[in-house]
Every structure is written in C-alpha cells, then in structure tokens.
Write a protein that binds this ligand. Structure first.
Ligand SMILES: Cc1cc2nc3c(=O)[nH]c(=O)nc-3n(C[C@H](O)[C@H](O)[C@H](O)COP(=O)(O)O)c2cc1C
Length: 328
C-alpha cells in the first residue's frame, strides 16, 4: 500500500497521529501558532528555537512566553539551541517540567549571532559536541530528543550528514529533521531531496524532511521522493494553516475570504492574550501580509494595516476595507 501523510507513526515511543508537522520558526512558532497548526490537523508542532542559556538562567520572559504550552497542543516539541552540554541538560529539564513531549536541538541555524557561540549550524563541524548536547538533553529531560540539521556548511561537503549518522547510530536521538540545503544557502536554492532519500535509507531512526515545502504538490512530491517519515511545513504554513487540511485530505480548494479574516481575528486575539495589546500590535505586523496575500494583493491595504498605530485601527481596516474589497 502506498504511504500516506495520514498514517500514524512513532517517534521516540510517542505515537504521532499523522505525518504533517509544523517546523520550528524563530520569532513565530509560539503556543498559538502551534495550536493553530494543530487545529488544522498537524500531527506534531515544533516550537520556535529557544536559547538553552536563557532557560538555564531562568530568563523571566523566556520562561513565561517561549516555554508557554497550551493544553490542546500535545504532542509538542520544544526546540533548544546552545553549545554547552551542562546548560543544555539543565534547560531540557525545565522544558520537560513545562510540559513538552519532545525536545529538538537546533543544529542548522546559519545566523552568525548563533553560530558564533558554537550553536546552530556551527555544530555541523563539531560532531563530538553535537553528540554531547543530544545526550545531555535526553539525560536532563528524560524525553525523546530529535535534532534538526542541514547537509553541511557549504556545497560540496556533507559534514551535517556525518553528524546525523553519529547521532542516530549512537542512539542519542529518536529522529532527525533534515533540511538538505547547506548553511551557506540559508533558505534559498533547491533542497537536495536525492541526498535526503539516501539519508532516510541509511539511518536507523525516522527522518523528517524540511525545505521547499510551500504547496501541497511540492510536499507530496518531497514525501514520495525522499521516503521521509514525515514532512516539516515551514514558510508554506505562514498565514496558511489550510495547507495542513489540504495535505490531510480534509479540504479541497482555498479558504473563503471570510474564513481568512476570521482566522486572522483568532490570531490577533491570541496575540493579545499572549503579549498584551501594545506588544501584540507590534508583533502582529509581520503576520498581516501572510493573511492579506491570501485575500488578493491590495498593497495599499497591506501597508495601512501594517502601519496602523493600534490594534483597534488595524481591526477597523481589516473589517472595513478588507471586507469591502472582498465584496467587490
Ligand atoms: C522565518 C524563519 C524562521 C526559522 N526559524 C527556525 C528555527 O527557529 N529553528 C529551525 O530549526 N529552523 C528554523 N527555520 C528553518 C525552517 O524550519 C525550515 O527548515 C526552512 O524554512 C526550510 O523550509 P521551507 O523551504 O519549506 O520554508 C526558520 C525558517 C524561517 C523562514
């Protein structure tokens, strides 16, 4: 029988109800973005990356905001980044106490600020430390650990794959999230699905594929071509939770404009509950274009909503002008 994105699977002893997973998205993947993915069917959601140092040193905002987990989001994975195994063990312990079901470690972030500290993609060149971090996270939390990584630093080398092998064959991880682009490519260029297929074949643990998964046909093709256990939706999910439904066969065709507006209302309410009015007004600016794009590209409206001085003003614009331009 052909494999289906609908099928359940097992990750570190946990049953995941289907194979469509929300990828970690820094500055975005908070509890309500994950909950949204779940509402639309995601089998698992991974948090935005969280600093193991900030958790270890009990940074108040990190604990309150980034480790906040909604009761309806389970199973949920919290992604940590860092370079010190003892700090990682301590942070992982707190992540488990906050209610996470899994821990993911970031070994793919190419941002210099992160790599400079020996974390993120810097770990692709440091297999011993990568292994120590994964083991420490498991020891500290008692939870299954996954690692998300890239093929390597630059085209032509595959040190990330060597790290994946080491982690998997040493039994330090329950699964690998593979973004088969090099760190130097950031998020551009075609992901190397042929390489991913070889890694899937070789590793003794489930591989979750990431990269280039913007539309349902692209996701299905990557799932088939790589043989990966599951798919990680990243940019394709921004302002588009309907992609989860589409992939799981529960939706044909795009959402009605009224559904898009209602969904954005839900996001705005959650942001206020999370951050308060004033901070939510700023935070939501990056969210508006994702939703307004789906409503047809009125650039003037997009700009007006993004620069609205208050949430109330943004709401009025959305429900006045957006509703009007939809009716036209
Ligand atoms: C805005 C943004 C934030 C991201 N944050 C993270 C992160 O915190 N941790 C991580 O492992 N990957 C992160 N990624 C990488 C994505 O999870 C994913 O691997 C990448 O976007 C490739 O998938 P795509 O081409 O389908 O978007 C981020 C990507 C974007 C665009």
């Amino acid at each position: 029988m052909p494999r289906s994105l609908h099928d359940s699977w097992t990750l570190g002893g946990l049953t995941i109800p289907n194979r469509v997973v929300l990828a970690p998205l820094a500055g975005i993947g908070n509890w309500f973005v994950r909950l949204q993915a779940k509402r639309y069917g995601a089998g698992l959601a991974v948090s935005e990356m969280v600093s193991s140092f900030a958790v270890h040193y009990r940074n108040e905002r990190t604990l309150r905001e980034l480790l906040r987990i909604h009761p309806d989001e389970h199973p949920v994975s919290v992604q940590l980044f860092g370079s010190d195994p003892e700090v990682m063990a301590s942070a992982a312990e707190q992540v488990a106490a906050a209610g996470a079901d899994l821990i993911d470690i970031n070994m793919g972030c190419p941002v210099p600020k992160v790599c400079k500290t020996g974390a993120g993609a810097a770990l692709l060149d440091d297999p011993d430390r990568a292994l120590a971090l994964a083991r420490a996270a498991g020891r500290g939390s008692g939870l299954p650990v996954t690692v998300k990584l890239r093929s390597g630093q630059r085209p032509g080398e595959e040190r990330g794959i060597e790290v994946a092998r080491r982690l998997a064959f040493d039994g330090a991880v329950a699964g690998i999230g593979l973004h088969p682009r090099h760190a130097s490519q950031r998020h551009k260029g075609k992901p190397d699905y042929a390489l991913a297929a070889r890694v899937v074949e070789e590793l003794p643990v489930p591989v979750l594929i990431s990269g280039g998964l913007q539309t349902a046909p692209q996701v299905r093709e990557a799932f088939e071509q790589t043989g990966a256990e599951a798919v990680l939706l990243a940019r394709g999910s921004l302002g588009n939770p309907w992609l989860f439904e589409e992939l799981l066969g529960d939706r044909v065709g795009p959402p009605e404009p009224a559904e898009v507006l209602a969904e954005l209302d839900w996001v705005m309410e959650c942001a206020v509950a999370h951050l308060g009015e004033a901070r939510a007004a700023r935070y939501l600016r990056k969210f508006y274009p994702w939703y307004l794009e789906r409503l047809g590209g009125d650039k003037a409206l997009r700009q007006a909503v993004q620069t609205a001085p208050t949430l109330e003003a943004a709401r009025a614009l959305l429900h006045g002008r957006a509703a009007l331009s939809l009716a036209a």
